[in-house]
Ligand binder design. Structure first.
Ligand code: FES
Length: 91
């Protein structure tokens, strides 16, 4: 059975396990190698799932797993907002 972990980048559990076996054994290196977490949802669903897989495959504790670097925008932003000249001081 194929288990999709990252819907945005179309990555399965097998893709992640294979990458870990190749030595990509940090969330940051998995992200860079597979583009996991770089889709429109910015990893909101796949990063926690990948963290579990990483712990299971490497025997690491969740406390030993570093969160991948997050870069703005941290949430999806409509292009119209980026193109507008109005500034919203509430965010
Ligand atoms: S599900 Fe992985 S980036 Fe959206």
């Amino acid at each position: 059975m194929t288990v999709v972990i990252c819907r945005c980048e179309d990555l399965t559990e097998d893709d992640i396990v294979e990458a870990i076996e190749k030595g990509y054994d940090e969330l940051e290196t998995l992200k860079r190698h597979l583009r996991m977490g770089m889709g429109p949802c910015q990893g909101k669903s796949c990063i926690p799932l990948a963290e579990r897989i990483l712990c299971r495959e490497t025997g690491k504790s969740p406390d030993d797993i570093r969160e991948p670097t997050s870069r703005p925008p941290n949430k999806p932003v409509p292009f119209a907002l980026l193109a507008s000249e109005e500034v919203d001081d509430h965010e």
